[in-house]
Design a protein around this ligand. Structure first.
Ligand SMILES: [Zn+2]
Length: 342
């Protein structure tokens, strides 16, 4: 099952899936079962002088530190500056509060760049994260005749987010994730959502990941029609998703395999998470799996979030060792060491 020569690493300059190589793979890590987060982390109160200048900077610092200490391979900036909708719409010209009153334009300054840059000073592998245009549009009320319907608004939001995406791409994020939880509710037009994501991600070097939490049974085909390098779904909160997604051809794309329950503050043991990963391995190609929690961790306590991530890393390491040992017997141990690369 495990290849002796694993897929070569991080192809930061790799083309996106629409320019797939004939091997049909795009890697974001040299490890088997690499770990990441969906994005958000509990917001902690700031202390000290610096908090006068930037009250949330210490929350970013703690989120980054905790992820690194837990052993996460691809970290985030913690998304501590507000909820996933407000943090973007509050910065976009044309929007006031939750009402669209004029033409939506790009933010004057990239919204997430400074925190992403900070995370990159602490760790080499960082994901950039955007809330997708369809999800943002559904959090807004149209109060201008400029937009005849929500779909027109979605496409303008996509144009506005494209400059944010380019800024994140330029600083060298390992992967750019677009969050579209609205897709699983059935409320969004997935054809428009697809077009919007293509606008946001046009001409980027970073592989694109699409995060959709929730039940996928009614929307999976529409989601898999969206040309990204990686899909990120929840499999711990929704057992049914395993059946739904494994019945589909992922065409070699990576799969963010949500295996930590972010809706429940109780910390699951590493062994429990390991069992969930094993379930995934029975139906997906391990080379395609990226290990992460079901969703963001903003609503958890810091201790619960940290312990969940730590146990997830432990589970992933255990799986990596188990799979290396159960692979081709003729492979030398040196190769395994290189591959384990922890
Ligand atoms: Zn989510």
């Amino acid at each position: 099952m495990l290849k002796k020569n694993p897929i070569p690493l991080v192809m930061k300059d790799a083309p996106m899936i629409r320019h797939f190589t004939d091997k049909g793979r795009i890697g974001i890590s040299d490890k088997l079962f690499p770990t990441t987060v969906v994005g958000s982390y509990p917001v902690t109160k700031s202390v000290g002088l610096r908090s006068f200048l930037d009250p949330l900077h210490s929350a970013v610092e703690r989120a980054v530190t905790d992820q690194i200490t837990a052993g996460i391979d691809i970290i985030s900036d913690g998304q501590v500056r507000g909820d996933m909708i407000t943090v973007f719409i509050s910065q976009l010209p044309g929007i006031r509060g939750q009402v669209v009153g004029g033409k939506v334009l790009p933010a004057d300054q990239p919204v997430t760049l400074a925190d992403t840059r900070y995370a990159l000073t602490r760790h080499p592998e960082v994901k950039g994260i955007l809330t997708g245009p369809s999800t943002l549009a559904h959090g807004l009320r149209i109060g201008t005749p400029l937009y005849r319907n929500r779909e027109e608004l979605v496409l303008d939001l996509a144009q506005a987010l494209a400059s944010e995406a380019r800024a994140l791409d330029k600083v060298g994020v390992t992967v750019l994730q677009i969050d579209e939880p609205i897709f699983s509710t059935g409320a969004a037009d997935l054809d428009v959502g697809k077009k919007a994501i293509e606008i946001v991600t046009a001409d980027l070097k970073a592989p694109i990941s699409l995060h959709v939490c929730g039940e996928l049974i009614d929307v999976i085909d529409g989601i898999l029609a969206i040309p990204v390098s990686m899909y990120d779904f929840e499999f711990s909160g929704s057992q049914e998703n395993l059946e739904v997604v494994s019945a589909k051809d992922l065409k070699g794309r990576l799969l963010g395999y949500g295996c930590v329950d972010t809706a429940d503050p109780a910390v699951e043991h590493a062994a429990t998470i390991e069992k969930r990963i094993e379930k995934g391995v029975q139906v997906f190609d391990p080379d395609q799996m990226v290990i992460d929690p079901d969703c963001g961790m903003r609503m958890l306590s810091r201790n619960s979030a940290f312990c969940k991530l730590k146990n997830m890393v432990e589970a992933s390491r255990a799986m990596r060792i188990a799979y290396a040992n159960s692979s081709d017997d003729s492979a030398g141990s040196g190769e395994f060491e290189a591959f384990l690369g922890d």
